[in-house]
Design a binder for this molecule. Sequence first.
Ligand code: BDR
Ligand code: CA
Length: 312
Amino acid sequence: MILDVDTGVDDACALLLAALHPDLDLRAVTCVGGNAPLADVVRNTLTVLTTAGRDDVPVAAGADRPLLEDPVDARHVHGQDGMGDLDWPVAARAADDRHAVELLRDHLLAAAATGERVTLIPLAPLTNIALLLRTYPAVAQGIERILFMGGAAAVGNATASAEFNIFHDPEAAAIVFDSCADLGITLGMYGLDVFYEPRITRAQAAELIAADPQGPAGLAGRLVTFQCDRFGGESATIGDAGAVAAVIAPDSLTTSKLPARVELTGRYTRGRTIVDHRDWSGDLTHDPHGQSDVIVDVALAVDNARLSTLWL
Ligand code: BDR
Ligand code: CA
């Protein structure tokens, strides 16, 4: 798999799982501005991978801003450094010289040439992925599927309508939805309808810290503790890590293939993912208004105990 991240407290949780779980083969990580400015995202991502002992995984910096709008970060959620202000020792290594889009192209075309298929997991605004699919559509041959964290069939978080990753760069999200339909790439949505459910308790986090204070478990425990403190609860979501866990255990998600679009123009709805729940009776080809040609496999329910256990 390849992750595209805006690390990010819960992106860090996702990176730890992808880097260390024996069932997963993490090939590369690309970075985009989102939760924090791009330079912070790259530093945080390298730091997590070094902590996990995975300096073999290439990391590349990509887009530092959305396609059209100015970036608006989420440091009020993720801390000033984007990763919980933990004073965790920063990685010594540098990022790859290539732009994220070039690193993605190289890996995906190499996979296509050998008949491999890579699962691409964007956990951030979709700017890098939109640029990739528009610039190098041939990469579709190397993609097994795209499972992105973002969107909401029901309630948003950045606004009442829109989830943060989509709201941050709606045009990029719309390009990715359209490109996947055009290029025949299966697109899965791990959105807010399931995102908050797999959770870790403060007590479980304390056990992780006690077991391995300076190592990956200690970092994982401190990230969870940061979120519990910030939101004042006894547990915290594993967030983006749920999408990675769902690759290990696909049957832990209940999904539905539904027409979906990204709203670009609404004053109060810009960035909303419009998921069409009407009864199509299994036939998605008879829409007289032509709005049903992008089909997304939307996660609507989750076995939260299973996914959180996988992350621990
Ligand atoms: C998403 O936005 C970010 O804050 C998180 O890392 C996650 O990817 C949730 O809306
Ligand atoms: Ca993220």
